[in-house]
Design a protein around this ligand. Structure first.
Ligand SMILES: [Zn+2]
Length: 278
């Protein structure tokens, strides 16, 4: 599943395969990009950067182009020595980049674009991204709490953390696990969660998601995600599950140690009132 840390880690893994000597070719076997002549634009160009912005992957070349990719729930990149066979049908790859005896292929996902650097910088999907929790220097906790407070106070706190315009990088697993770790019901309206709790959630996620971005997503905490109807590892209460948000993402919580509470807490608290001014 693609969350910010998986894309940052992917960028690290693709760098040695793509950076260095020029690309020897580019093919578009899959229907989405067929006929777009990526080979003409990319053959002979050198990759000068492979970076992640939230859940977006950006591959920059020295001739001013950017491969802009979002993997969504199901996309992937694979690297293989070019004489080796693929674990997936090669004709389903959206693009195959060849360099130094290796093929780097992209499969699935909602979009893959090749555009100029200026076009990419102007892309609203990138321009609207909030601070990236996977990048330590972007994590200004009070600023992120203010951004959360600008959101609709009736919105479930878990959904608010998934909104990439507020902060980038958090996906469904991180949302579920941070709420469990801090004993906060993920479906509580934002107005029922204090500023201190929101700050604690950001502070809990940031160092962990950055570590996974460096070292791999196998280090992600997985205490209750995917464990509906099983006992809570902390209190042995029952783990419940419900879809939440626009795309009905599965949300898990413990019936006992993540209790429901009234939204009045946040609305009446002095901090919460103060934030509405200015
Ligand atoms: Zn529990």
């Amino acid at each position: 599943m693609s969350e910010g840390d998986s894309i940052h880690h992917l960028a690290r893994r693709l760098r040695p395969a793509l950076m260095g000597s020029p690309l020897e070719g580019a093919w578009n076997p899959g229907g989405r990009t067929r006929g777009r002549r990526w080979d003409r634009q990319l053959r002979g160009a050198s990759v000068v950067g492979v970076t992640a912005r939230g859940k977006h992957l950006l591959i920059r070349t020295d001739n001013g182009l950017v491969v802009h990719n979002h993997l969504g729930m199901s996309g992937s990149w694979l690297v293989r020595p070019h004489e080796e066979s693929w674990p997936r049908p090669p004709e389903t790859a959206w693009v195959v980049l060849r360099r130094a005896g290796r093929d780097v292929a992209q499969f699935g996902g909602p979009f893959l674009l090749l555009r100029t650097r200026a076009e990419t910088l102007g892309d609203p999907r990138l321009r609207r991204l909030g601070p990236d929790l996977c990048v330590a220097r972007e994590v200004d906790v009070p600023r992120i709490v203010r951004r959360l407070r600008d959101d609709d106070g009736t919105r479930p706190v878990g959904d608010a953390f998934l909104d990439q315009r507020t902060m980038a990088g958090v996906g469904n697993v991180w949302k579920v696990e941070v709420c469990w770790a801090l004993g906060i019901h993920p479906l509580l309206p934002l107005d029922a969660v204090t500023d201190d709790e929101l700050a604690a959630m950001v502070r809990w996620i940031a160092p962990r998601i950055q570590r996974c971005g460096r070292l791999g997503t196998h280090l992600r905490p997985r205490e209750i995600y995917g464990r509906a109807a099983r006992p809570c590892p902390r209190c042995r209460g029952r783990v419940l599950q419900r879809g939440s948000g626009d795309d009905h993402r599965p949300t898990y919580w413990c019936a006992d140690c993540q209790p429901w509470r009234s939204a009045l807490v946040g609305r009446d608290a002095p901090l919460a009132t103060a934030r509405r001014v200015g």
